[in-house]
Design a protein around this ligand. Structure first.
Ligand code: DC
Length: 680
């Protein structure tokens, strides 16, 4: 998750490989509820991990349903079989509409039939989201339902602790023009009480969002409940219906999220050695409405092949074909077409998209404004968008309006032929449906190394490089290379193998070769905040003064330096790298666009190190530290191979009088000035 003000995506050149997308939110929460209402256990796989599903899991557990983790993204739900072990509870449901609506229906029915009492509440925004149509339907059935603050809105009290007879002989009437979730809630819950009667639901208005009702009916069928549907007006749940667990059920990957990777496969040339993009967890037989995005992508020229619960996408027609399409059936995924249109051979028109105006933001306006920043010509109508690709692409910072889809869409502009990077503001907004979107994107995108930015931070020991580099990496969302750690690792590994690291021994050619081989074969792994040598956590051992001294000695051995070059070059990965060391700017990344050389005096550095050690309760003598520092400086600067010195084009930064934040700001200012993204 990139929790930073903005993320710069370098110009990208190709894509290929497999992605696994998060599970569909709509399916996840429906399945959890159905599994909880069924008899016996259900293994739910590929569950979405998001705010909404966490709320549902917590509520079900509070109701007495046993749910255990069963591997990554899997849970085992012990169904309650429609019986309530807990008869009184207050459930907090956050802002999860997909938990509030179905739980209201299920708990109101169970509270009335079994004698129980529940209170359901959420965040303030949840208390502004209407639920009156569902409350009306439940009251018709004879369920006691009380709106505790405002009539028609949560918080709600369901039941009063006593059993109440239910009126199941008459059709239950519900409106379907505010939210289809009210009908979904009734459909999911009424099989609980359809033992002796057929239960009929009548929709008394037009029904919106029909594809979501299809998901509900489909999942009910997977749990053994058949619903007879007459048009979109009348739904009958047969007498004697019972939820029957399918035993195991996998949640499909989210089809709307898939649209970005389908578009990616259509836009990006396949990386050599790959055969396009494979999206796992969703196939053409998906029960989600947005799967029909595939038809639109094919019209524009994508090759999409169903590989059985997976889609393979390859670029086919190029440039893409401009289209003129009614997008009413795929309102969310159609935004992705607006970005594909930037790569088309003419003007694309997306019609019948008025609903875009009332989503997370006014999406018609947002796509038009941001697309124009890239150089496209965009005409915006009340319910349409007409996109003509840029003739000259422009460097743009994309504002994202707290709308996950705007952010995900415009990331695909990084394939522009002008090879310009794209800046995405507030990238963490993707967390609404796809927290790891950018990580997933970068895992299958490729670009020549020279397009991946590197910020080099070189300087003498104890100059504060490490802290500065780590801070910059986290502010820019870049990877971090602590090259000193590699030399420290070699020193440590040598010690563990019983190999001497004295200067005299290291001058022996055969010994130097052995150390080189040791460095080339290092079994090292980096995880956030930890370093592992041969499977052992050596983070602390690496930070000791003696490891630093050993590192300084082994780093003078040319064979060791050469052996570590590839490892360092491989760290240059999307979206960028901050590299800290002695020769980052001079030897490893000589073409880096920004090189900083820290120049605090030895006296200052010794004092800092002294303070640091004392604060940790480690005894230290200032004069000894100064002598050690000077010895290391001398060795690092005077060695024949890759000596410590500023690169010719390095920016010198004397941070003696600066605190960390001031140094960070100094570098960020240079960096952003150099990137020259237009200001809004
Ligand atoms: O930055 P540090 O103190 O962790 O580095 C330990 C030693 O490794 C340092 O004394 C010199 C050496 N080193 C190097 O030669 N080249 C680098 N790029 C990084 C560190």
């Amino acid at each position: 998750m990139f929790d930073i003000p903005s993320l710069d995506i370098p110009s990208l050149s190709s894509a290929g490989g497999r992605v696994r997308l998060p599970g569909s939110k709509s399916i996840s929460n429906r399945v959890l509820l159905l599994a909880a209402l069924s008899d016996g256990p259900t293994l739910v796989e590929d569950l979405l991990d998001s705010d909404d599903t966490r709320v549902m899991l917590a509520a079900l557990r509070q109701l007495g349903c046993a749910i255990e983790e069963a591997g990554p993204a899997s849970v085992r739900v012990q169904g309650l079989g429609g019986r309530l072990p807990v008869r009184e509870a207050a459930l907090f449901l956050g802002n999860a509409g997909t938990a509030m609506r179905p739980l209201t229906a299920a708990l109101a029915l169970m509270a009335a039939s079994q004698g129980a009492r529940f209170e359901l509440s959420g965040v303030p925004r949840m208390h502004e989201r209407p639920i009156g149509d569902l409350v009306d339907a439940l009251r018709q059935l004879g369920c006691p339902v009380q709106c505790l603050q405002t009539e028609g809105y949560p918080p709600l009290r369901l039941g009063d602790g006593a059993p109440h007879p239910l009126h199941l002989n008459e059709p239950i009437r519900v409106r379907g023009d505010v939210s289809s979730q009210f009908l979904t809630a009734l459909l999911l819950a009424l099989p609980l009480v359809a033992q002796e009667h057929d239960v009929v639901i009548e929709v008394v208005t037009e029904l919106i969002s029909k594809p979501y009702i299809e998901i509900t009916l489909n999942l009910l069928q997977r749990f053994g409940v058949r619903v007879r549907r007459e048009g979109w007006q009348r739904f009958t749940i047969a007498r004697g219906s019972r939820y029957a667990s399918p035993g195991r059920i996998a949640v499909e990957a989210d089809a709307s999220s898939a649209s970005y990777f389908i578009a990616l496969g259509a836009i990006a040339p396949a990386t050599p050695g790959t055969d396009g993009i494979v999206i796992e967890g969703v196939g053409l037989d998906s029960i989600q409405g947005d799967i029909r995005f595939v038809e639109a992508a094919r019209l524009m020229g994508a090759e999409v092949v169903d590989e059985g619960n997976a889609l393979r996408v390859r670029r086919d027609t190029w440039p893409l074909k401009a289209i003129d399409l009614d997008c009413n059936h795929i309102p969310d995924a159609a935004m992705t077409l607006a970005v594909m249109a930037l790569y088309a051979n003419g003007t694309t028109t997306l019609r019948n998209i008025a609903s875009w105006r009332v989503k997370e933001t006014d999406r018609i306006a947002a796509m038009a404004i941001e697309g124009r920043k890239l150089g496209a010509t965009i005409e915006e109508g009340a319910d349409y968008l007409r996109v003509t690709p840029p003739t000259a692409w422009k460097k743009a910072n994309i504002h994202t309006y707290d709308d996950h889809r705007v952010a995900m869409c415009f990331s695909l502009a990084a394939f522009n032929p002008a090879r310009l990077p794209v800046r995405i503001e507030d990238p963490k907004c993707v967390g609404k449906t796809f927290p790891d979107y950018f990580e997933t994107l970068f895992s299958v995108c490729h670009t020549p190394a020279e397009r991946i930015p590197v910020v080099c931070i070189d300087g003498p020991t104890a100059s504060g490089k490490g802290t500065l580099a780590a801070e910059l990496a986290s502010r820019l969302g870049y990877h971090l290379l602590d090259s000193g750690a590699l030399y420290r690792l070699v020193g440590l590994a040598a010690e563990r193998e019983g190999l001497s690291t004295t200067e005299a021994d290291l001058r022996e050619p055969a010994h130097a070769e052995r150390l080189g081989r040791l460095a080339a074969g290092l079994d090292v792994r980096f995880t956030p905040g930890k370093t592992w040598l041969e499977g052992e956590d050596v983070t602390e051992a690496l930070r000791t003064e003696s490891a630093g001294m050993a590192a300084s000695r082994v780093s003078a051995v040319p064979q060791v330096r050469t052996a570590l070059v590839d490892l360092q070059l491989q760290m240059r990965r999307l979206p960028g790298l901050v590299a800290d060391g002695r020769d980052m700017g001079t030897v490893i990344f000589p073409g880096a666009p920004l090189k900083i050389y820290l120049t605090a005096s030895a006296g200052q550095r010794a004092q800092r190190r002294h303070k640091q050690l004392i604060s940790k309760g480690i005894p230290a003598i200032l004069a000894d530290l100064l002598a050690d520092l000077e010895a290391r400086d001398a060795r690092d600067m005077n060695r024949a191979h890759a000596p410590l010195k500023p690169a010719e084009d390095a920016v010198l930064l004397d941070n003696s009088e600066l605190d960390i934040e001031q140094s960070v700001q100094f570098v960020l200012k240079r960096w952003h000035g150099q990137q020259a993204f237009p200001v809004r």
